[in-house]
Design a protein around this ligand. Structure first.
Ligand SMILES: Cc1cc2nc3c(=O)[nH]c(=O)nc-3n(C[C@H](O)[C@H](O)[C@H](O)COP(=O)(O)OP(=O)(O)OC[C@H]3O[C@@H](n4cnc5c(N)ncnc54)[C@H](O)[C@@H]3O)c2cc1C
Length: 438
């Protein structure tokens, strides 16, 4: 089964799709258009770039193969997290401390941007502030404590340490040893947010087309993108297609790996029980390599994510196995049914750092100089996509300094190509899973 058809199945049973009214749809491209910037992909990255470009006076056409928010952006855990998926040490080693600090600060700007857009465009997306990073053992707690101290010392980043004695105030679970509370993070309903951004882009004059997969990209001073029934000529192009680009830019595909991750939403719980699980209502993530991430919803459910799949196959008995995971964390929920189960693919890069650049940076000929790309969010994209779109708009408008800070991060392609990289990754992950258990 192809990645795309597995994904069509996975998205059907999402809590988000069930709790959102798609009050408008966008047409299929059926003509030949000219514009300043063509954006491929109607997820958070593409929509953010479109908004920022329209704000700067550019004419923008956004082409989405399915529906806006159909990809990872409309079905993720909704966790808004400071920082990158990789440790800042990865960035420090490559770019030095000063540039690493700039990337860190930009991740905080990414969180602030969500707040600004919610307000400016009046997007109601169930925002809740607070993020808990919790350690499952004394050994992992020590590593978390060291991280917290380093972040305070080198990045001036303040979070609150939660001692083992204090834990019951933060979470009604026997699984965790201690942790960190970050008031800057939080969570939201990602499909409501994505659709809110689409409405915002539309209101700013962005021409959005759905059910319009781009099948070819012809570079040049004016690039041409073709769909089944139309085409777009543009001075600049942004590829924001995540793991779904499907051959449009093969040089990008080797640099990311689609990894499946899965979520359930419990049935509606007794409000008092729901409120007792995570009293601060924060988003929660453990510090394991293969991590569990969860959060309460506004309608008194527990939304619980975890598991991974390195093949594109959906795990067997997904809902039941995730329900057991949830009940291990919260034994109080042993009888709570999983009413929704779904998943999607994250675009992980080899070093988990985001992979932003121009196609010429990854070996394409000079005529691709105005083709930008954003990928490799590695499961940390809800906030960072927003900032990434802003950086592309800045670069197109002539100030590429901040975009290039990220573009300078070096990435290695996954060895072995599409067929061999999966077994290699499975072997690597087995090692990390083992470490999670120690
Ligand atoms: C299950 C899950 C849980 C996650 N949880 C979190 C979380 O809690 N916190 C967090 O920070 N991150 C999380 N992430 C990651 C986050 O969702 C992503 O990093 C982010 O949404 C990526 O946005 P995007 O715009 O790059 O991609 P997408 O949202 O996937 O959008 C890409 C779009 O491009 C379109 N497209 C691709 N190719 C073409 C083409 N040729 N023509 C036209 N359109 C095309 C696709 O149809 C798709 O809609 C999670 C991801 C998943 C899957």
């Amino acid at each position: 089964m192809s990645l795309l058809s597995t994904d069509q199945q996975l998205t059907k049973h999402s809590y988000y799709a069930a709790t959102v009214q798609r009050d408008r749809s966008f047409p299929t491209l059926q003509s030949n258009l000219d514009c300043d910037v063509a954006v491929v992909g109607g997820g958070l990255a593409g929509l953010s770039a479109a908004i920022e470009l329209a704000d700067r006076g550019y004419s923008v056409v956004l082409l989405e193969a399915q529906q806006v928010g159909w990809g990872a952006s409309g079905r993720n855990g909704g966790q808004v997290i400071a920082g990158l998926a990789c440790d800042q040490g990865v960035i420090e080693a490559q770019l030095g401390l000063e540039a690493s600090r700039r990337t860190w600060d930009m991740t905080l700007e990414a969180i602030a941007l969500i707040g600004q857009r919610r307000e400016r465009f009046d997007i109601d997306c169930d925002w809740q502030s607070g993020y808990l990073s919790l350690a499952v053992s004394a050994r992992k707690a020590q590593a978390l404590r060291t991280w917290q101290a380093q972040m305070q010392r080198d990045y001036g980043y303040q979070t609150t340490w939660i001692t083992p004695q204090d834990m019951p105030r933060w979470i009604a679970s026997p699984r965790f040893h201690s942790g960190v509370h970050d008031p800057a993070g939080g969570h939201l309903h990602p499909l409501k947010y994505s659709l809110g951004l689409a409405r915002a882009a539309d209101s700013l004059g962005v021409q959005i087309f759905e059910n319009s997969p781009v099948t070819s990209l012809e570079p040049g001073a004016t690039a041409r993108l073709r769909t089944a029934q139309g085409s777009v000529r543009a001075s600049h192009v942004l590829l924001a297609g995540n793991v779904y680009l499907q051959g449009l830019a093969p040089m990008l595909e080797r640099r990311i790996m689609p990894v499946g991750t899965y979520i359930i939403a419990s049935e509606v719980l007794d409000p008092a029980l729901a409120a007792s699980l995570v009293p601060s209502k924060s988003a929660v993530c453990d510090t394991n390599f293969v991590l569990d991430y969860f959060r309460p919803t506004v309608d008194h459910r527990m939304l619980y994510g975890g598991r991974v799949s390195y093949s594109t196959a959906t795990p067997m008995n997904l809902a039941a196995s995730m329900q057991r995971r949830m009940a291990t964390t919260f034994p109080q929920l042993h009888a709570a049914k999983a009413e929704f189960a779904w998943g999607g693919f994250v675009d992980i890069s080899m070093n988990r750092a985001p992979d932003f650049g121009r196609l010429t940076d990854v070996g394409a000929s000079a005529e691709h100089a105005d083709v930008y790309y954003l990928q490799g969010f590695s499961g940390h994209g809800v906030a960072l996509t927003g900032l990434a779109g802003k950086l592309v708009a800045e670069a197109i408008a002539g100030n590429a300094e901040r975009f290039d800070t990220f573009a300078r991060i070096r990435h290695r392609p996954f060895p072995g190509g599409r067929l061999l990289r999966t077994p290699a990754l499975v072997a690597g992950m087995a090692y990390y899973r083992l470490r999670d258990m120690l």
